[in-house]
Write a protein of this length. Structure first.
Ligand code: 13P
Ligand code: SF4
Length: 339
């Protein structure tokens, strides 16, 4: 069935399901607030069935999206893998533009929707394909690894893509004594510390993670005795002070292993809201740095994009071929992993 044709209406999203989903956000919001989302959540569920759509949500999405309407939740790598495997006609990417582009590269025959066309990423905007070509000219023969937080054009200009979950593995897979690593300078430093490969970095930064400081982490540790988990997009002094450094899904795995009484996630603050129901014994201390791009996605624009099938993400064929090669090469390194 083509993606634009409607299927019969779904069975109602009833109050029992509403109450079940509320149990996952009950630590965060009063029932009255959850009730205010009910109509839109129910309408989105109906549209999802009519469109044969799947909703993928990054770990930084608002809790009412993450627990209310997402079929799949995860980090960039997990969402890319799901996009590649999904048999849905329509993929709604609740995340930012590069995530929707990656989904389109891996599912080129599906409609990929990004609920807000301006949901971008400061890191992805910090480098162009021309910059990658200039780096290659300065370092002839040195392979280029690009972080998934890049445009399709940058992926096409690179040899292979990586995420924060597999960056070291991807760099080492090239078997080269040196590697150009773009665009995040802090993730590059994180990789450089964990490999003997010489890393040639770019100077890109995430506008959310670069604001954290090592002093802030030490203050949290002193005042709260909390277990501190930081994303590798944070500055190096933050990474050095943290008890664990890893991707958003890596942080969830670390929480599962350590089960701390208190935790601070040094990353986008919706993440703690989304995971807290899975760790009832852990008290989450929340430094609140929000990603303005991730926060552009709302239940209202998810509903509207499913209704109107717009904004759709497309990648020009000339770019898509090489960009897909770069992403696929990463996925082929370990095709069985979900994140
Ligand atoms: P993850 O790949 O760890 O989910 O991170 C994506 C991102 O944009 C972090 O800012
Ligand atoms: Fe980009 Fe930073 Fe937002 Fe992640 S948190 S999407 S890296 S701006």
């Amino acid at each position: 069935m083509p993606a634009t044709s409607l299927k019969p209406p779904a069975p109602d999203y009833g109050m029992a399901e509403h109450a079940h989903r509320y149990s996952r956000v009950a630590r965060l919001m009063p029932l009255a607030e959850w009730d205010a989302h009910y109509e839109l959540v129910a309408a989105i569920e109906t549209l999802k069935r009519q469109r044969n759509a799947v909703v993928l949500a990054h770990n930084y999405q608002r809790p009412e999206i993450f627990h209310g309407v997402a079929d799949v939740q995860g980090d960039s790598l997990a969402l890319a893998r799901w996009a590649a495997r999904s048999d849905a006609d329509v993929i709604v990417m609740c995340g930012v533009h590069f995530m929707a582009e990656t989904a389109k590269l891996l599912a080129p025959d599906r409609i990929v929707l990004l609920p807000h066309a301006q949901a971008g990423c400061s890191l992805a905007d910090s480098i162009t394909a021309q910059d990658v070509q200039a780096l290659r000219a300065c370092h002839p023969g040195v392979p280029v690894v690009c972080y998934v937080n890049t445009s399709a054009a940058v992926k096409a200009a690179s040899d292979v893509c990586c995420t924060s979950a597999n960056a070291v593995q991807v760099v080492e897979s090239l078997g080269s004594p040196e590697v150009i690593f773009v665009p995040d300078e802090y993730l590059a430093a994180h990789v450089a510390e964990r490999t003997s490969v010489r890393i040639i970095p770019w100077r890109g930064r995430c506008e959310v993670h670069e604001r954290f400081t090592g002093d802030e982490v030490r203050d949290y540790q002193r005042a709260t005795k909390a277990f501190v988990l930081a994303h590798p997009e944070c500055p190096q002094d933050v990474q050095q002070a943290a008890d664990y450094v890893g991707s958003t899904s890596g942080m969830i795995d670390a929480l599962q292993r350590h089960r701390p009484a208190r935790a601070v996630l040094i990353t986008e603050c919706s993440m703690a809201d989304n995971v807290c129901s899975a760790f009832p014994e852990t008290e989450f201390v929340r430094p609140c740095n929000l990603c303005p791009h991730m926060q552009r996605i709302t239940l209202r624009n998810i509903h509207d994009c499913l209704e109107n099938l717009t904004p759709q993400i497309d990648v020009p064929h000339a770019v898509a071929v090489d960009a897909r090669r770069s992403v696929q090469r990463m996925l082929d390194l370990d095709p069985t992993r979900r994140s």
